[in-house]
Design a protein around this ligand. Structure first.
Ligand code: C2O
Ligand code: CU
Length: 523
């Protein structure tokens, strides 16, 4: 299959997907649906419970997760074959909870029929526990992940990461949420009266391509896999009953390739939000915004104040239209959207969830001015390493001259443990947005240059930084034509040589080799 065909198709759609920032199409879709008399949001949002998908499990005790396939009810009608991590008590892809400092002990038992792993996305772990494809767990085997949680409180996640099959396994369901709590963050919840799972809710958003009989459809070797259904917490077309109060949504984009531009829309307006956290936990202060880009693997922590809304109001969580910037051109091929019947093209507007405002008296909460203490970026100045993201003449996604399929597993560079480095990620203009993920370390963004208009329009701090860039990140979007500098502190508690991955979290890019291994060791 020509690898670039879908992007080419979208390039031809050009003007359509770049339909401005107003969110009009999102609203039009909602209005049209209402006028047509159908109520598209008919399923109550799944909230983590004792059993089922997203069931909650505390990691205070050892846990066994069995990778396998189960028939689970997700959509109306037929149950779906969901590849998942199952825990005792009928939990599937459980939401795992730990306190900072906890010792976690999870045994993976693989019954999937192929290699898999558990990668603990965002956690600072040694190579043996990181769960990358360097340490595959074969079918019929077990592997114990035992580690201390050193990260700040935040929403992290876990997912399968076997070489060349991450896209397929994640799409088919091998992913879940991982919440870390600490005193600082619990104090904030208390201050804002945010009861967990009542007004403090995780939202795991992922698009899936659904085929006949509700089967999740994936094509090995695919490119930029997008889907025709969007699930929020494994719920299609969900609604949530809310009160006129402040809500906290901790949102993770668990899609293979789709970036969202999230907003809560009421009567044609994107409601004001406060971003309070990013991948690696709380920001220093709440940052006001009305929408935000959330790329695959990224998390955003937002507060939404509903106290001024009318009883009975309906609000939509939308992905507003944006310019997908799939600028890489590429070979003409058959219409690749044929693989995704019913899918909204990348950058197209979508309604994701409805909030139904109840009639109880409104409650107003004052936002704290300060949220958390955040260490300053570890370094500034000229980058010591530069990475260029580009597409080769043969249509392969490259990081410098590396591609994992060609370069292999051997580390392509070494970092001295304890070094404080500035890295520069440069994306060519003839490219597309790449969400770049670093294993093992959270980092700070120092600067964005050459940002496209839709990123520039969201700059809130010197250096062209957006609100998310003010927190700790493990995944950063690098737009076409952009140069992003980040600062990383390579201090860690581990000894010896630890090998990690740096890759694009568009999972099809990762599987096609847009990934390298690098090592951290004592100088
Ligand atoms: Cu979330 Cu290397 O991945
Ligand atoms: Cu990419």
């Amino acid at each position: 299959m020509p690898p670039l065909s879908r992007r080419r198709f979208l390039t031809l759609l050009g003007g359509m997907s770049a339909a401005g920032f107003g969110g009009a199409r999102c609203l039009d879709a909602a209005t049209a649906a209402r006028e047509a008399g159908d109520a598209p949001f008919t399923t109550k949002l799944r909230i983590p419970a004792r059993a089922g998908l997203l069931a909650e499990r505390r990691l205070a005790r050892p846990l066994e997760l069995v990778a396998g396939v189960d028939r689970l009810p997700v959509f109306d009608g037929f149950a779906s074959n969901v590849w998942n991590y199952a825990a005792a008590g009928d939990a599937h892809d459980p939401l795992l909870l730990a306190r900072r400092g906890d010792d976690v002990d999870v045994t993976l038992s693989n019954r999937l029929g192929q290699d898999t792993t558990i990668h603990w996305h965002g956690l600072a772990l040694d190579e043996a526990n990181d769960g990358s494809g360097l340490h595959p767990v074969h079918h019929g085997e077990r592997r114990r992940y035992a580690f201390r949680v050193a990260n700040r409180a935040a929403l992290y996640w876990y997912h399968a990461h076997p070489h060349f099959h991450t896209g397929e396994q994640v799409h088919q369901g091998m992913a879940g949420l991982f919440v870390v709590e600490d005193d600082e963050e619990l104090a904030l919840r208390e201050h804002l009266d945010l009861a967990w799972l009542e007004r403090d809710l995780p939202l795991m958003i992922a698009d899936k391509q659904l085929a006949r009989r509700n089967e999740l459809a994936y094509k090995a070797g695919a490119d930029d896999w997008i889907g025709n259904r969007v699930l929020v917490n494994w719920t299609p077309e969900p609604y949530l009953d809310v009160e006129r109060a402040t809500y906290r949504f901790r949102i993770a984009n668990a899609s293979n390739a789709r970036m969202f531009r999230l907003a809560f829309v009421s009567n044609g307006n994107a409601l004001p939000l406060h971003l309070i956290g990013s991948d690696g936990g709380l920001l220093e202060r709440p940052m006001p915004l009305r929408d935000c880009f959330v790329a695959p693997a990224q998390r955003v922590d937002v507060l939404l104040d509903l106290s001024a809304l009318a009883a009975g109001a309906r609000i939509r969580l939308c992905s507003l239209a944006y310019d997908a910037m799939e600028n890489d051109g590429g070979a003409a091929g058959e219409d690749p959207m044929l693989e995704h019947p019913g899918a909204t093209p990348m950058g197209g507007a979508m309604d994701l969830m409805e909030l139904r405002v109840g009639r109880a008296p409104a409650r107003r909460t004052a936002l704290p001015r300060r949220l958390a203490a955040l260490p300053a970026p570890a370094a500034r100045g000229e980058p010591v390493r530069r990475f260029r993201f580009r597409i080769s003449e043969r249509g392969r996604w490259m990081i410098n001259d590396w591609n994992f399929l060609l370069t292999g597993h051997a580390p392509v560079f070494e970092v001295a443990r304890g070094a404080k480095e500035v890295w520069e990620f440069a994306n060519e203009f003839r490219s597309m947005p790449h969400p770049i993920h670093l294993h093992g370390f959270q980092f700070r963004v120092l600067e964005r240059r050459g940002s496209p208009a839709q990123a520039r329009a969201r700059a809130v701090a010197p250096g062209g930084l957006g609100a998310q860039d003010l927190g700790l990140l493990d995944t950063v979007v690098v737009w076409p034509g952009e140069r992003v500098r980040i600062a990383i502190d390579f201090a860690q508690r581990f000894a010896g040589t630890q090998t990690y991955m740096l890759h694009c979290h568009n999972l099809e890019h990762e599987d096609q080799g847009m990934m390298v291994a690098f090592s951290v060791r004592d100088a």
